[in-house]
Design a protein around this ligand. Structure first.
Ligand SMILES: Nc1ncnc2c1ncn2[C@@H]1O[C@H](COP(=O)(O)OP(=O)(O)OP(=O)(O)O)[C@@H](O)[C@H]1O
Ligand SMILES: [Mg+2]
Length: 224
């Protein structure tokens, strides 16, 4: 599903990733950990082509993402769901419209859109808030909208960069349970986090970065 081969990413004054090689199989759940500045977000940005590697190869779903043209980046991103720490919802649109937004741009019949949006909202347990605005929701509910939006197009891969970074411990656990359930449907999930409790609770594959290098990669791992 994902393959990084000897990837280095340099910014003007920083080497964010150093010779990173890794493979993630279809259906895996991976925690990406490491202190602030370790390179977690940079690694994720390479996957959705927000950044390109300085050297090395980034392959997602069989496609070398550094080789696709800018015109094809939206196409790439439609095959993955991206979840952000700060949700990035449209504040003046309803929950329903936030989730429907991307598939509407694909010109799907409105009956199909309706089915998919309601299905995604059901998975995250927000069917009853369909017509609320994001400002009327708690942080945890807003992130669940973010998850519904990410899965509505049925992507094989979800990338979540500190999805619980703004949430309290109990709400973080609820959000992570939802991601775990989605993973059990066969969707590959990569989550970056600083949350020890969550990593230690779920015991998934843990990839630790330090100074842009992979320093640990274990199945069923803990934070430390
Ligand atoms: N656009 C940029 N321009 C220059 N340097 C950058 C840029 N983005 C990130 N960096 C640098 O690259 C390094 C890795 O940053 P990155 O955002 O990947 O870290 P992170 O592990 O996600 O940290 P955090 O836990 O704080 O989110 C840092 O030293 C950062 O300052
Ligand atoms: Mg980050």
């Amino acid at each position: 599903m994902i393959k990084l081969v000897e990837v280095t990413k340099k910014y003007p004054n920083t080497i964010a990733l150093k010779d990173v090689t890794l493979e993630i199989e279809k259906g895996e759940f991976v925690f990406l950990i490491g202190s602030s500045g370790a390179g977690k977000s940079t690694l994720m940005k390479l996957l959705y082509r927000e950044e390109s590697p300085t050297t090395g190869k980034v392959i997602v779903g069989g496609v070398d993402v550094s080789k696709i043209s800018n015109d094809n980046v939206p196409n790439l991103r439609r095959r993955m769901g991206i979840i952000f720490q700060d949700y990035k919802l449209l504040p003046n649109q309803t929950v329903y419209d936030n989730v429907a937004y991307v598939i509407r741009t694909l010109g799907m019949p409105s009956k199909d859109i309706d089915e998919r949006v309601k299905g995604a909202l059901k998975i995250v347990g927000l069917s009853h808030k369909m017509y609320s605005k994001p400002t009327e929701l708690s942080g945890g509910e807003q992130q669940r909208v973010g998850i519904a939006r990410a899965i509505v197009n049925g992507p094989p891969l979800l990338i979540a960069d500190e999805p619980t970074g703004n949430l309290d411990p109990a709400t973080s656990m609820e959000v992570m349970e939802i991601l775990n359930q989605i993973n059990q449907r066969g969707i590959t999930i990569i989550v970056s986090t600083h949350d020890h409790t969550i990593v230690n609770h779920f015991r998934k594959r843990v990839i630790a970065l330090d100074g842009g290098e992979i320093v640990r990669d274990v199945e069923g791992g803990t934070y430390d």
